[in-house]
Design a protein around this ligand. Structure first.
Ligand SMILES: [Zn+2]
Length: 258
């Protein structure tokens, strides 16, 4: 575990499971399952949690990792955290660009759209991240990836995604993102490569309710200093357990606050 991002991602997935089980009405659950054209409501629940968890995968890319901590007020504690993190990141092989290197920029949600289909079951050859393959079975992956961080019915333009592809950082970062996706999938309890069998969404407009829940899950996964920065020595199970507890508490607080 080389980065607090992994904790946030697993926690977002855990929050979605809590929202699904404790907050959503049966009608809302059925709507989301229909929007996904899921093979069952149980599949829709797992996929919703998985996608909420991986929606921030675009942050695992050179333009966003060099900016770690950039949004926070400068403070000695923040500086220390950043230095510790960089040391851990380099030690665990995170392919950070050298200081001062020119880094291509793209919004993290566009990077997510570019890389997710290839991480969730599209293994078609001859296509690169950000380019739609022609396998009919895989079109749902593209619909889900493009809709994931969109909160309205706007469709992400293919050119935007293609541009974002150039900021993904290449194979070294693909390996990092594949590892992150695995940790989220492990927490939720699904195999990411089976997504094409679990959901077949065709209409991005039917995924807007899910998109809002996903952004709510990500919001509730943050802002608790008690889970702190992940240790590079944490096991997957330790991360999962911490995420589950955080998610339970965050959703309970939300319910109490009404
Ligand atoms: Zn494909």
């Amino acid at each position: 575990m080389w980065n607090p991002l992994v904790v946030d991602m697993v926690t977002a997935g855990a929050v979605m499971l809590e929202l699904w089980d404790r907050v959503l009405s049966p009608r809302q659950r059925a709507d989301i399952a229909e929007g996904f054209a899921a093979e069952s409501e149980q599949s829709a629940r797992l996929v919703a949690a998985f996608l909420a968890g991986v929606s921030r995968i675009g942050h695992a890319s050179p333009p966003h990792m060099v900016a770690f901590g950039a949004g926070q007020q400068p403070s000695p504690a923040g500086e220390r955290a950043r230095a510790d993190w960089q040391e851990q990141a380099l030690r665990s092989g995170l392919p950070l660009p050298p200081a001062g290197a020119r880094v291509r920029h793209a919004a993290p949600e566009h990077i997510a759209a570019a890389v997710l289909p290839r991480l969730t079951g599209c293994d078609c050859t001859g296509y690169v991240d950000g380019e739609r393959c022609h396998d009919r079975e895989h079109q749902g992956l593209y619909v889900a990836a493009y809709a994931l961080n969109q909160h309205h019915a706007d469709t992400l333009h293919a050119d935007t995604v293609a541009k974002a592809y150039r900021a993904t950082g290449g194979p070294a970062w693909d390996a990092v993102r594949a590892a992150l996706v695995d940790v989220v999938a492990h927490h939720v309890g699904l195999d990411a490569r089976t997504l094409p069998r679990l959901i077949r969404p065709t209409d991005p407009a039917r995924l807007t309710a899910f998109g809002r829940l996903s952004s709510q899950s990500n919001g509730l996964s943050q802002g608790d200093a008690s889970h702190g920065f992940a240790s590079p020595h944490d096991t997957r199970d330790a991360v999962s357990e911490r995420a589950r507890l955080h998610a339970q508490q965050a959703v309970s607080r939300m319910l109490v606050a009404g």
